[in-house]
Ligand binder design. Structure first.
Ligand code: CUA
Length: 185
């Protein structure tokens, strides 16, 4: 406790105990290991998709998303009323996050490769695709583009995993993957 001035004015320059040097060394090496692991995991893990990022005005992104969805709306989601969109196989997909929804619901075909454009209209949200556990941070003002090639059919949830206020826990979107040539219901 620094009630009295230290006796030795160079108190911070004492020789460091051997045990402490060892721990500093271990912590440093662990940091280096974790840093390299990050790079390794980028190539071998499947959790974080490689993406491109572009600056974009949220209003422009909203407009693009709505224009891209409009011709391919095939229905709407029961509880939420959010449109279900079945874009042409292999096309560009647009989805936006906003308080507290993912818009629209996408219906994709298995075995096709899509370019997913993702952005937020307001706050930071987290795109967590479950149960496959793909995670992407979604920021307003940035458009992320990544390749999505669903290899199995089913119903996937887009769970927001960045706390974004009172409705955060209700912010769940959908991506549905159907057999080629099916869907559109
Ligand atoms: Cu959006 Cu949490």
């Amino acid at each position: 406790m620094a009630i009295h001035p230290p006796e030795n004015r160079l108190w911070w320059n004492e020789p460091v105990a051997r045990g402490e040097v060892v721990w500093i060394g271990i912590a440093f090496l662990w940091g280096v290991f974790m840093f390299l692991f990050m790079i390794w995991w980028h190539f071998t893990g499947s959790q974080n998709l490689s993406n491109e990022a572009y600056r974009i005005d949220p209003a422009v992104f909203a407009e693009r998303t709505e224009l891209a969805a409009e011709p391919y709306i095939v229905g709407e989601e029961g509880e939420t009323g959010i449109p279900v969109v079945h874009p042409p196989p292999g096309s560009d997909l647009y989805m936006y996050a906003r308080l507290w929804e993912w818009w629209p619901v996408l219906e994709l075909e298995r075995g096709q490769s899509y370019r997913l454009h993702l952005s937020s209209l307001d706050w930071q949200h987290g795109f967590s695709l479950q149960p496959v556990n793909i995670n992407v941070q979604v920021h307003p003002g940035y458009e992320l583009v990544m390749t999505l090639a669903p290899d199995r059919t089913g119903e996937f949830s887009v769970v927001c995993n960045e706390y974004c206020g009172i409705g955060h826990h209700t912010m769940v979107g959908r991506i549905r993957v159907v057999e080629p040539g099916q869907g559109g219901s």
